[in-house]
Design a protein around this ligand. Structure first.
Ligand code: GDP
Length: 398
């Protein structure tokens, strides 16, 4: 009797159930299938342990073929930007991790404006994304925007050096900066504490806008709130890196062996390595990507559109002056060298849309109804473009 009641109740409940509660599962399934990507930049003078820390963070050897320069070569070397990409997989979830390194930063005798090539690199990635997004093949955009920059601060100075201030101030509007205090095993716990306070004060004093952890919701449990506060108080993360595994208290751990003992990289009593890794991978990776997209990239985009509008208005005014009739006319087509290129892209796009394979059969059974316009590029596009030259590149607008 009781079983029947239960069944009836379930049937009644099913009648009221539309099914959108499964939406998160659908999103989850799609994201896992697509895989994730993340681009991390490391900056700071050479020898501060950047490559060692990256290898320790992701348990890979990303710097197998690194070429270390001697002192003489370093004096003349300009800042270089190098990129290493690895595909890592954990429990079926794939992550394409890109590490952008900045060898040569801060190594020269005169380091004036040595942050410039780093800033240019970040802008170039935004520009490429902007061009791809404004173009015709939006389906296969490769996103190379930098989501986070770990900035290494030397443990040997008294707080921030002028170069640190200059770098962070020049880049804080372009990328999420997370400052780290390098080689924390060279400092005593009291020194680490003092240096962290000093660096935080200086960050405030110089108006540097480092990455801000989002505030946690008021309904979160107390444990979570406390962890969140601890994370915020850890800035700059005091880190230790090591590429070697040593034996400590019968366990094999990543650490550094000294005559007086072992420093364990993953021991929270020794440094903030675990906190940093959890923040980067487990808790804030998506937020770092969101802030990149919603704040830094949006800023860049708004800037670009503003300068393009200004150029178009200028061009219009110039044309107005040279025209006999003073009547208004539509936005001019700037004589373009890429007209044929645009036509070629349109033809390719048409071809792609015509030959695009139907969704895979497995997905079809899962989603019998076509999803509403998931790929903006497949929307009918008006074949009208205007081209504007900006920074010597031609932007194409649909
Ligand atoms: P990078 O030039 O910034 O990439 O620095 P490397 O990772 O190549 O490290 C330079 C040197 O510092 C190497 O000899 C490392 O073994 C050492 N090193 C790296 N991390 C640490 C650390 O956390 N503490 C100490 N004491 N040495 C480190």
């Amino acid at each position: 009797m009781c079983v029947k009641d239960d069944n009836e109740r379930r049937k009644d409940h099913d009648k009221e159930y539309v099914g959108f509660a499964t939406l998160p599962n659908q999103v989850h399934r799609k994201s896992v299938k697509k895989g994730f990507d993340f681009t991390l930049m490391v900056a700071g003078e050479s020898g501060l342990g950047k490559s060692t820390l990256v290898n320790s963070l992701f348990l890979t050897d990303l710097y197998k073929d690194r070429n270390l320069l001697n002192a003489e070569e370093r004096i003349t070397q300009t800042v270089e930007i190098t990129k290493h990409t690895v595909d890592i997989e954990e429990k079926g979830v794939k992550l394409k991790l890109t590490i952008v390194d900045t060898p040569g930063f801060g190594d020269a005798v005169n380091n004036t404006e040595c942050w410039k090539s780093v800033a240019d690199y970040i802008d170039q990635q935004f520009e490429q994304y902007f061009r791809d997004e404004s173009g015709l093949n939006r389906k296969n955009i490769q996103d190379n925007r930098v989501h986070c920059c770990l900035y290494f601060i030397s443990p040997f100075g008294h707080g921030l050096r002028p170069l640190d201030v200059e770098f962070m101030k020049a880049l804080h509007e372009k990328v999420n900066i997370v400052p780290v205090l390098a080689k924390a095993d060279t400092l005593t716990p009291a020194e680490v504490k003092k240096k962290k306070i000093k660096i935080r004060e200086e960050i405030e004093q110089y108006g540097i806008k480092i990455y801000q952890f989002p505030d946690c919701d008021s309904d979160e449990d107390e444990d979570f709130k406390q962890q969140d506060q601890e994370l915020k108080d850890s800035i700059p993360f005091a880190v230790i890196g090591s590429n070697t595994v040593v034996e400590a208290k019968g366990k094999r751990v990543r650490g550094r062996l000294y005559p007086w003992g072992i420093v364990e990289v993953e021991n929270p009593a020794h440094c903030d390595f675990v906190k940093l890794r959890n923040m980067l991978v487990r808790t804030h990776m998506q937020d770092l990507k969101d802030v990149t997209r919603e704040t830094h990239y949006e800023n860049y985009r708004a800037h670009c559109i503003q300068s393009m509008t200004r150029m178009v208005v200028k061009e219009r005014n110039r044309n107005k002056l040279t025209r006999e009739s003073g009547t208004d006319f539509p936005i001019p087509m700037v004589p373009s060298v890429t007209d044929t290129e645009t036509e070629k892209l349109i033809r390719e796009k048409d071809e792609e849309v015509r030959h695009s394979p139907s969704r895979d059969p497995h997905e079809q059974t899962q989603h019998p109804e076509p999803e509403p316009c998931e790929d903006p590029a497949s929307e009918p596009h008006p074949k009208m473009c205007f081209n504007v030259t900006i920074n010597e590149h031609c932007m194409i607008f649909e």
